[in-house]
Write a protein that binds this ligand. Structure first.
Ligand code: NAP
Length: 344
């Protein structure tokens, strides 16, 4: 059994970790933290977990208790893992961070986008970007995993086949992305209120979103050089889901894009390339650790349109984090993650 600690157990990605790990045959949650709900039984806060975590209660983060775990997930706002990860790693505990703390390899770039100095630049050399479809071998050997963000997961998986094959004009890529409201976390904010987000849709952070440098970092690696990306996120009135509509121009219109995508993801258990002409729906991946993709070339022109959907809390966060745990501990990558999405 892998002994698991979770820092930030009351948030949306924290409770999603609990839901997924409740069905995981090789993982046992030993510590779950919350500063505001310390002492409260997990099932008293989240009744969907009644019967799964009897006797487990939230506790204030304690580095000794966390260091006694084999692995600790950070489901916390940025900056928290910077402060605690070093001590855990020194004790031999592996760290899987769902926040952005270790996603960018350049500490100065991180400081620019997050508006504060990087709190643990000395750990960056150990950090592996936890996108298994790209870094599976490095993840196996890692002790510190930076789980990709939700927009970056859907967007990179959609663009990767085109960029790795070198057939797209990388100077003018466009990612037009929609997110459900749970992407903003459980903390109260006016923009997330039912009356503000319901029955409406809007773009935000067009000038520059924090996920932009993370997506560009991954796309540069895939393309083997610089990329120009316009990334426009939108808030949509659904609870879960990311829908990325991606645009790229190709010079050679004779390439069989359907075959290219199917071949790239043929051995990937959590990427589903749909039949030609499909339109994936976010509801088809709700609750499932799946990225569902379709590739189009409208009217046979040189503009490729890729549609990529995930559940932001599963393949976009906690499911991908559990996938990383499985790889890290030499378990079947699908363990605890093979359920289908919730539909309708
Ligand atoms: N929501 C998504 O779809 C999504 C997707 C991918 C990645 N992420 C990332 O995952 C992380 C968690 O997101 P979330 O949506 O689950 O956030 P959330 O709902 O706001 O929850 C944050 C959790 O962190 C704890 N926390 C806050 N400050 C802390 C501190 N200083 N020390 C220890 N614990 C602290 C909170 O509990 P207490 O305050 O009670 O301690 C709470 O349990 C974020 O970095 C987010 O960017 C989120």
């Amino acid at each position: 059994m892998v002994k698991v600690g979770i820092v930030g157990g009351t948030g949306y990605t924290g409770v999603e970790l609990l839901r997924l790990l409740a069905q995981h045959p090789q993982a046992e949650v030993a510590v779950i933290t919350s500063r505001s709900e310390a002492g409260l039984a997990v099932a008293d806060m989240y009744p969907n977990l009644r019967g799964h975590y009897d006797g487990l209660a939230f506790s204030v983060p304690d580095s000794k208790a966390l260091a006694a775990c084999d692995v600790v997930f950070f489901a916390t706002p940025h900056g928290v893992a910077h402060a605690l990860a070093g001590e855990l790693l020194a004790a031999g505990t592996k760290v899987i961070d769902l926040s952005a703390d270790f996603r960018l390899q350049d500490a100065d770039e991180w400081a620019k986008w997050y508006g504060q100095p990087h709190g643990a630049p000395e750990l960056l050399k150990d950090a592996v970007y936890g996108l298994p479809e790209v870094n599976r071998e490095q993840i196996r050997q890692a002790r510190l995993i930076a789980v990709p963000g939700c927009y970056p997961t859907a967007t990179q998986l959609g663009f990767l086949p085109l960029l790795e094959a070198g057939i797209a004009d990388t100077s003018r890529l466009i990612a037009d992305c929609k997110s459900g409201v749970s992407g903003a976390g459980r903390g109260a904010s006016v923009g997330s209120l039912f009356c503000e987000a319901g029955e409406s849709m809007k773009a935000y952070a067009v000038k520059g979103h924090r996920h932009l440098p993370e997506i560009c970092q991954g796309l540069r690696r895939a393309a083997g050089g610089d990329v120009g990306l316009t990334f426009v996120p939108h808030l949509t009135p659904m609870i879960r889901g990311i829908h990325s509509t991606l645009y790229a121009t190709v010079a050679d219109t004779s390439v069989d894009l359907q075959a290219l995508f199917e071949k790239r993801y043929a051995d990937e258990p959590f990427v589903d390339v749909m039949p030609a002409g499909s339109h994936p729906e976010t509801r088809s991946v709700r609750g499932a650790n799946v990225c569902r993709i379709a590739v189009h070339r409208p009217q046979g022109g040189d503009l490729v349109v890729v549609l990529s959907v995930i559940d932001n809390l599963v393949k976009g966060a906690s499911g991908q984090a559990v996938q990383n745990l499985n790889i890290l501990f030499g378990l079947d990558e699908r363990m605890g993650l093979s359920h289908a999405g919730l539909l309708p």
